[in-house]
Ligand binder design. Structure first.
Ligand SMILES: *[C@@H]1O[C@H](CO)[C@@H](O)[C@H](O)[C@H]1NC(C)=O
Ligand SMILES: *[C@@H]1O[C@H](CO)[C@@H](O)[C@H](O)[C@H]1NC(C)=O
Ligand SMILES: *[C@@H]1O[C@H](CO)[C@@H](O)[C@H](O)[C@H]1NC(C)=O
Ligand SMILES: *[C@@H]1O[C@H](CO)[C@@H](O)[C@H](O)[C@H]1NC(C)=O
Ligand SMILES: *[C@@H]1O[C@H](CO)[C@@H](O)[C@H](O)[C@H]1NC(C)=O
Ligand SMILES: *[C@@H]1O[C@H](CO)[C@@H](O)[C@H](O)[C@H]1NC(C)=O
Length: 418
């Protein structure tokens, strides 16, 4: 059975990606039959069994390779990470400074694969009760009219408010979300449903309330009691990770683009690699970023570490095409040491141009963003600028996957925007 699956042609693998997690679990738990009707919940039930076991829990968490179709930090990643000098990064902008030590071991590092699995299971269970009646709900609506990373972070905030009030979060339908190119026009267009409860019809402000996702800021984050001792950075990243579970259609599109642009059947073949997102254009003209950083400045930050970890594959993305010319120039000086990986996404797309597009064209662009995110999530090292919501989103994603190597940034600022 298992061998059969490995021989399936790439497009079929894409279709089956949703149940990949089940396949992997099956390899470990059942040594035979795989039923396609297995659900995500079942895989979580099995995870529960494993995790609640005794001291082998750490290694069992390690034996789970993917969560929500994204590859968790694995042995190859940790071996490579060991070659890189330890650093402690201090994230600012939250209720207090949240340090992340890149060499913390699994017992002291809160961004461990095991903690992520537990948190994701808790969030899934909270949002998927066996009986939805008599539950409290929050209907998320009125999405921020802003860049993709920014609007997603606003939804994450709204989800946080719902959880703080012990409510199940649902999305209003239709949601009129700028990036929702489907009937429901909310984040369910791209991601797995936030809940399996339906949207309550009667909104009394008590049992069911509205949360507008267009203004909120985490002035005083309240975590559910199970997460009371977690840092804000960790908690918010977990909420984001839950909300951004790629749905099968999204995933298959992303996989198709990876195959087409990177010319490999699986992103794994390109590992290890570093992902660099160079954010410029409207961030500079809008003065959110002080300056545009030359690509060379990014290289100066991470090149020594690339050599330590034997990394020569470089995934580069930017809305500014100029960056690719800079890469060619740098690589010439290095005798072509590096191999460039890139997707031919439409360049020069900024928020202003997105708003002028049709819903359908925006839908396509968003799939390009998510392709970028998928590739970046698979990288071992990351570089960018955390004044950008997009880079912060990538940063949260890689942390939840268990990758705590320092994020290389010429800004030298590790921001948690409230
Ligand atoms: C704990 O693990 C040991 C071996 O590592 C095993 O012998 C024992 O039965 C386990 N206990 C429980 C409660 O699972
Ligand atoms: C688990 O491991 C720790 C040390 O790593 C040990 O102190 C503890 O007794 C172990 N617990 C069980 C149930 O084996
Ligand atoms: C929601 O999904 C969970 C997990 O699949 C399931 O256990 C639960 O019964 C479902 N609830 C409803 C109301 O359908
Ligand atoms: C859900 O709970 C309500 C009220 O407690 C009950 O009337 C209903 O039968 C339950 N539904 C299911 C499917 O158990
Ligand atoms: C949080 O920390 C306090 C104090 O160390 C401890 O008593 C409590 O059990 C912890 N809560 C959780 C959910 O781990
Ligand atoms: C990098 O390559 C060298 C030479 O092939 C090898 O000795 C070293 O262990 C490698 N380092 C890592 C982190 O893979």
């Amino acid at each position: 059975m298992v061998a059969d699956r490995q021989n399936i042609r790439p497009w079929r693998i894409m279709i089956y990606m949703v149940i990949l997690i089940v396949v992997f679990l099956t390899i470990y738990f059942i040594s035979g039959q795989v039923s396609p009707s297995f659900s995500i919940q079942l895989s979580f039930d099995r995870l529960k069994l494993k995790i609640s076991g005794n001291n082998s829990s750490q290694s069992s968490a390690q034996s789970i390779t993917h969560l929500w179709s994204l590859r968790l930090a694995d042995g190859a990643h940790f071996r490579l990470a060991k070659a890189i000098p330890c650093r402690t990064i201090e994230y600012t902008g939250g209720p207090k400074k949240d340090p992340v030590n890149s060499c913390a071991d699994q017992s002291t590092n809160e961004f461990s694969v095991e903690n992520t699995i537990k948190a994701q299971q808790w969030l899934f269970d909270h949002q998927h009760p066996s009986n939805c009646s008599n539950k409290r709900f929050a209907i998320i609506r009125k999405y921020a009219w802003s860049g993709f990373g920014s609007t997603v972070h606003q939804v994450v905030w709204a989800f946080g408010v719902a959880l703080a009030e012990d409510r199940i979060a649902v999305y209003e339908t239709p949601g009129h979300w700028l990036y929702g190119d489907c009937v429901s026009s909310n984040p369910d267009c791209l991601f797995l449903p936030i809940t399996n409860c339906s949207v309550p019809r009667n909104v009394d402000g008590k049992q069911t309330s509205y949360i507008n996702a267009d203004f909120g800021h985490w002035s005083k984050p309240v975590h559910p009691s199970v997460f009371q001792n977690r840092t804000f950075n960790w908690y918010r990243a977990q909420l984001l990770f839950y909300l951004m579970r790629f749905k099968p259609e999204t995933l298959s599109h992303v996989q198709k683009m990876v195959t087409q642009y990177l010319q490999v059947p699986s992103i794994d073949i390109l590992r290890p690699f570093i992902a660099i997102y160079v954010r410029r254009s409207d961030k500079i003209t809008g003065r959110e970023m002080k300056q545009a950083y030359p690509l060379k400045q990014y290289f100066d930050l991470f090149e020594a570490d690339l050599q330590r970890a034997n990394i020569t594959n470089i995934y580069l993305n930017s809305e500014d095409n100029q960056v690719f010319d800079e890469f060619i120039e740098i690589n010439k000086q290095k005798q072509g040491r590096y191999k460039l990986l890139s997707i031919k996404a439409q360049k020069n797309i900024v928020f202003a141009s997105l708003t002028r597009m049709s819903q359908r064209d925006r839908g396509k662009i968003v799939l390009e963003f998510l392709t970028d995110l998928f590739i970046e999530a698979n990288a071992d090292l990351h570089a960018g600028t955390l004044t950008s919501n997009w880079c912060r989103l990538v940063d949260e994603m890689r942390l939840t996957l268990g990758k705590t190597l320092p994020y290389y940034t010429p800004e030298d600022r590790y921001l948690l925007d409230m």
